[in-house]
Design a protein around this ligand. Structure first.
Ligand SMILES: Nc1ncnc2c1ncn2[C@@H]1O[C@H](COP(=O)(O)OP(=O)(O)OP(=O)(O)O)[C@@H](O)[C@H]1O
Length: 458
């Protein structure tokens, strides 16, 4: 099966009739017996006995992925996703069929794969980069960018065996992000990072997929829908469906719900597709470490692109309850105030401050800016003056997960402005499971009415 790319007809990956057989041994000693006994039995003219059994992890899988396309691979545990990715990376070879890749393939398949635990972070970056074909000089040039991306500079000369899983994935992701890959293969390893790092990875992947080829494997079809054009659903090593990411993911999700829920829930599979997606997000809740009520809003003013020369800078961002007190728990409908404090370095004729709230995949959910205020109430700012903006709004009911607030300061109008400073993830917060949210966000529903009348037309 194959499909044509809207972006380009140049293939990046061609998988043709690929099958993979593993040999399963019930006892460790059977492996040795299998290596020796068949030859002995053959030499003695005896019937050869097998000490293992065959297990076909992939059966006759075919697809073509063109340059610039993004494919999400979904399927239940053991359906063959990792096996397929390893075949594409070349770390496994197919039993039957053929895998062709065009361009440099870089992969983040499993935590720690490709890193030597005894070597330092620095040595592992050089080793990995060399593995992907970069010369020492090329790695020297981008080493600082890799370390900056990973944000583990203080530990870069420690052996990676001393790293936490989060540090490990930061360095591994930062490395594969800088090797000029044409094809990037990412397993759910991303989920190991914290919310801020996940946002950064999502920004990188969104940019990468604009031009290059991305293969993304996940149990979470919401991520696949958000990131991918196409999806391949594997079931027991076979292609169950290959097609549009949204459609295929929804079919997969229906299948999962049908297979796992009790009868009463099965009856609800007519529910809207967004509600179904949401249930899956909740099912994946265990992957998020709750920030806890004491640290509901975590500030993160690093990672902030700014223009040069710097016309204005955001200095402080916080979220409080309407009365200015700290918020200890977040419930939908609660009124909060987001404050952004900035300082002007040049004259800003019409300063504009704004924000966006994004979900864990970096999708913009909602936002606003001070352009909504009347012109006469928007004063100019002279160099050295402080600019404070406050947005008071009711937080919608949010699906369980991590969220971030992006803030920015600019000068001008909606159509014509100069950006001075923006912070991608200035505030991170975690929202606990709120059953009121159906879809990406829920709204404060004030009243619902249903009337049945015997008199038609009324
Ligand atoms: N080296 C191996 N030897 C024997 N069986 C293997 C080997 N690698 C994978 N398998 C089996 O092949 C099947 C597919 O495994 P694979 O890891 O590709 O599935 P997956 O879809 O990636 O699962 P998960 O979502 O749990 O990571 C599984 O039943 C697994 O036990």
């Amino acid at each position: 099966m194959s499909y044509n790319s809207p972006q380009s007809a140049d293939p990046a990956i061609i998988v043709t009739g690929v099958s993979k057989c593993f040999h399963i041994y019930s006892k460790p000693q059977d492996r040795l017996k299998q290596a020796i006994m068949p030859r002995v039995q053959q030499a003695l003219g005896l019937k050869q006995k097998a000490y293992n059994r065959e297990f076909w992890a992939l059966k006759n899988v075919s697809f073509t992925l063109n340059k610039g396309e993004t494919l999400g691979i979904i399927g239940r545990n053991g359906s063959g996703k990792s096996t397929l990715l390893q075949l594409i990376c070349g770390t496994l070879s197919p039993t039957h069929g053929q895998v062709q890749t065009f361009g440099r393939v870089a992969a983040l398949l499993e935590l720690g794969a490709g890193f030597n635990p005894e070597f330092t972070g620095r040595e592992n970056v050089y080793l990995s980069a060399a593995f992907y074909g970069l010369s020492k000089e090329q790695t020297d040039e981008r080493f600082d960018d890799i370390v900056n991306f990973s944000e583990i500079r203080d530990f870069i000369d420690q052996p990676v065996k001393t790293y936490s899983s989060g540090m490990f994935v930061r360095l591994a992701f930062a490395t594969v992000a800088h090797v000029d890959a044409d094809i990037l293969i990412i397993d759910e390893a991303l989920a190991v990072g914290d919310a801020i790092f996940t946002q950064k990875c999502m920004r990188f992947l969104r940019k990468f997929k604009e031009e290059k080829t991305l293969l993304f494997v996940s149990h979470d079809s919401t991520s696949v829908i958000a990131l991918c054009d196409k999806a391949l659903w594997l079931s027991d090593g076979q292609t169950q469906e290959l097609g549009d990411a949204k459609e295929t993911s929804e079919h997969y999700l229906n299948f999962i719900l049908g297979a796992t829920q009790d009868k009463s829930l099965q009856e609800q599979t007519q529910a809207s597709s967004t509600a179904r997606k949401l249930r899956e997000i909740w099912a994946g809740e265990h992957r998020y470490a709750s920030a806890g009520p004491m640290s509901l809003f975590q500030s993160n003013l690093q990672d902030s692109p700014q223009t040069d020369p710097l016309g204005a800078q955001i200095k402080h961002v916080n979220v409080t309850a309407e009365d200015g007190s700290d918020i200890r728990a977040l419930t939908g409908g609660e009124v909060v105030t987001l404050s952004i404090h900035a300082i002007a370095f040049t004259e800003l004729k019409s300063p504009v401050l704004g924000f966006y709230i994004k979900d864990r995949l970096g999708q913009f959910l909602f936002g606003s800016n001070t352009l909504s205020i009347e012109d006469t109430l928007r004063p100019a700012a002279a160099p050295g003056q402080a600019i404070n903006a406050q947005f008071t709004f009711a937080i919608p009911w949010l699906a369980s997960g991590d969220y971030s607030i992006q803030v920015a300061i600019a000068d001008g109008t909606q159509q014509d402005h100069t950006s001075h400073h923006w912070i991608h993830d200035a505030v991170i917060f975690h929202c606990s499971n709120d059953p009121s949210a159906s879809g990406l966000i829920g709204i404060p529903m004030l009243d619902i009415q249903l009337h049945v009348s015997a008199q038609p037309g009324l």
